[in-house]
Design a binder for this molecule. Sequence first.
Ligand SMILES: Nc1nc2c(c(=O)[nH]1)N[C@H]1C(S)=C(S)[C@@H](COP(=O)(O)O)O[C@H]1N2
Ligand SMILES: [Mo]
Length: 411
Amino acid sequence: MRSATAHNSRRAFLMNAGAAGAAALTGVTRALADPAQYVDLGFANGRRRLVTDFPQKGTMLLLRTRPPLLETPFDAFDRNVFTPNSNFYVRWHLANIPTSIDPSEFRLMVHGHVRKAISLSLNDLVNGFPSIQIAAVNQCSGNSRGYFAPRVAGGEWGNGAMGNAIWRGVRLSDVLARAAVMPGALQVRFRGLDAGALPQTPLFMKSLALDHASDGEVMIAYEMNGQPLPLLNGFPIRLVVPGWYATYWIKMLSDIEVLDHADDNFWMSKAYLIPNTSGTNMTPGQKDVAMVPINRMVPRSFITNPRDGTTVQRGAPLQVRGIAFGGDTGIARVLLSIDDGRTWEETRLGANHGKYSFRLWEMTTRFAARGSRALMCRAVNSSGLAQPTIPNWNPGGFMRNVVESVPVRVV
Ligand SMILES: Nc1nc2c(c(=O)[nH]1)N[C@H]1C(S)=C(S)[C@@H](COP(=O)(O)O)O[C@H]1N2
Ligand SMILES: [Mo]
């Protein structure tokens, strides 16, 4: 139970947080002090400028200015089980994003197939419902799309369109209960305050099945790593759908509509569809593949140190470390191979922050022979699902989760 004082200070905390300087959102972006700095992501057209002038953001890789696509510099994942808000990636679809939000004016509407439509202020949300906290990975469906071969259309991300945070907020189920969902409800549709440049541009809306929306884990978050959400990550509130791809994690959430039918809006019926095949895999040009809305995440792991191309001494102890996540369930094991996948050794897992969180891992190994070698890591989740050793392919460039490998030079 929180005290009245805690309520008040919580409220004050959110209320003072609405106005991010948002010059960069209008389309003008300065580079870092000259000369501009770049990162090469290792695929064609993968050279990204480092920028520092987006509101509430530190150094980010610039993929697009308006609407902003900003990738997390990969170093941010090394030893950080939680991704700093200032480095958390940013992805928006529509060009008109509010550049400031008045927290005292903000309202969340809950309507549709409910007994009583409600309009909630931030104060209502923060102080009128029990708060919960959950550590969860937010990963774009197209994270790592730049590595797809053959190449596909879409945001050409490296591996930094993901992040892990502690989200605090209220259960969506509690908010739905307040509005009293009526029998016959099927789905719940979410949208935020962003809109397209043209009035005919479809609003960005995503829907979840009512059962999923009511599971007590799906939440409306007003805090990220103990702070109000950065504007670009959805201030003042966003949906958090633990274990599911971030496309459902609607930012600047302003409207919840309970539907008595299946949502067929553009973003559910035409976009974010994956082949309903094993491993979300198909061959380019393949016809008659059943497509379904993207949903649960799959396991991934990454080596955060050493980085590509590092020179290591033969026979010397080499500490290898990284991050992993299980997707829609926890991590069971992370394995390391230094012989191109012939043998695998179990790494040591770091603290468990819950099944939807990143988990750090590390192990010390040594190379016996000189030459061009590789480190490979492979996560197995607690449902027994392991990362594939062959990359999947689909036309959307979604759900890449192949075993990663880091080349090193042993001398
Ligand atoms: N309102 C709104 N919410 C949105 C989007 C959007 O375009 N508008 N994009 C979604 C997608 S596809 C992703 S990957 C995540 C990105 O979350 P982030 O910018 O906080 O990292 O936001 C999701 N929520
Ligand atoms: Mo995304």
